[in-house]
Write a protein that binds this ligand. Structure first.
Ligand SMILES: NC(=O)c1ccc[n+]([C@@H]2O[C@H](COP(=O)([O-])OP(=O)(O)OC[C@H]3O[C@@H](n4cnc5c(N)ncnc54)[C@H](OP(=O)(O)O)[C@@H]3O)[C@@H](O)[C@H]2O)c1
Length: 337
């Protein structure tokens, strides 16, 4: 089925690496051809611009990316046309949401534009649940996807009864994961964030909140607090290497340390610590705790889980700020890029 597509559309694009306020501009670009194969053509309603989008815009050199790249991965919108082999459950007029696969960063085919034509096999495209507004749906998919991947990689199953600690708990991924941990039956969810966000994390289900600005060094405080009743799983959305190297003092011997954050000291160090933490043998001084780090690689099981959690009201979007399409340069991050 086809739709009337205007010859051009508005999109936020960038062609060199840098802070979004310096490199992003609002442009008119050619519109898309009608969908082919498993693609759907979507009129974008909301696009979620996350810390990771702004970070990759700043860090990834332009030679690795298409010219006039469009940023952002989260989205919600309405299907205007479907390709001949798109899933029959996706129909014209349906309100849908999802997250693009990682390749969108490099092809420059992000969601901050009026229309997009995307493969339903490569990218997540799911009906917006009845209990969710388009605004909420437009910024929930990455957080929910990451929450499922964390559960999978850390072995967190339903009715887990675990004691879980989340660092960077008030951010997009942290707030999504707190809700997932509660839904998976965690016995305790300890949230680390700044004091002004205690109310937020507790409203999402955290049983205790700790201010990282007040307890320095944080790992020393955690050792004192949890040394005699150690934690089962640590989820670090910040990339705090010292939390991992000191984790034996507060994380159980068979516990898991999951890092999804980029090390604050930069992309190269992130890759270095990732390899170091995975391969430095314990008998040569490596940290004697399981370390897990992964990319946002999701399959149908994750899509179904996300639909179940969001549709079942167990996971809600935490929206920092909503701005009009013309006001994207006003957005900012909660932590330094
Ligand atoms: N591996 C993957 O596939 C994947 C996918 C998505 C995202 N990510 C990564 O996950 C990380 C988190 O992303 P996000 O979107 O959740 O970020 P975000 O929404 O910007 O949240 C960051 C949070 O970190 C907190 N924070 C700042 N400094 C802190 C510190 N020193 N200690 C503890 N918390 C601190 C802030 O809390 P307060 O305001 O309370 O201070 C803020 O809420 C990023 O590095 C992103 O690149 C990875």
């Amino acid at each position: 089925m086809s739709a009337d597509i205007p010859p051009t559309m508005k999109a936020w694009t960038y062609s060199r690496a840098g802070p979004h306020r310096q490199v992003l501009s609002l442009n008119t670009i050619p519109s898309l051809k009608p969908p082919t194969g498993d693609q759907v053509l979507v009129k974008v309603a909301y696009s979620g611009l996350n810390y990771g989008d702004l970070k990759s815009m700043k860090m990834i050199p332009s030679i690795f990316r298409a010219k006039n790249s469009v940023p952002a991965m989260d989205w919600s919108g309405t299907i205007l046309a479907v390709g001949p082999s798109a899933p029959p459950s996706l129909v014209v007029g349906m309100k849908v949401f999802g997250v693009l696969a990682m390749e969108a960063i490099f092809t420059g085919q992000g969601t901050l534009r009026e229309y997009m034509c995307i493969s339903t096999k490569k990218h997540m495209v799911a009906p917006v649940p009845d209990n969710c507004t388009m605004e909420e749906a437009g910024c929930i998919a990455i957080a929910a996807t990451m929450a499922h991947l964390i559960c999978k990689h850390a072995g967190i199953k339903e009715d887990c009864g675990l004691r879980i600690l989340v660092n960077g708990a008030s951010g997009g991924c942290g707030s999504g994961f707190i809700q997932a941990a509660v839904a998976m039956g965690a016995k305790e969810v300890i949230a680390i964030c700044s004091a002004p966000n205690f109310e937020l994390v507790q409203s999402l289900g955290a049983t205790r909140a700790i201010d990282y600005r007040d307890k320095k060094p944080l790992h020393g405080y955690l050792a004192k607090e949890f040394g005699d009743r150690k934690i089962d799983v640590v989820v670090d959305t910040m990339g705090a290497q010292d939390l991992y190297t000191n984790s034996p003092k507060y994380l159980k011997e068979d516990g898991v340390f999951v890092n999804i954050g980029d090390y604050t000291s930069g992309t190269l160090l992130t890759a270095f610590y990732w390899l170091l933490n995975l391969f430095w043998p314990r008998w040569l001084g490596g940290t004697p705790r399981k370390f897990v780090m992964f990319g946002p690689d999701f399959g149908p099981d994750t899509v179904q889980w996300v639909q179940r959690m969001v549709g079942g009201g167990k996971m809600k979007a935490v929206i920092d700020r909503s701005v009009g399409f013309d006001q994207v340069l006003e957005v900012s991050t909660r932590r330094e890029l």
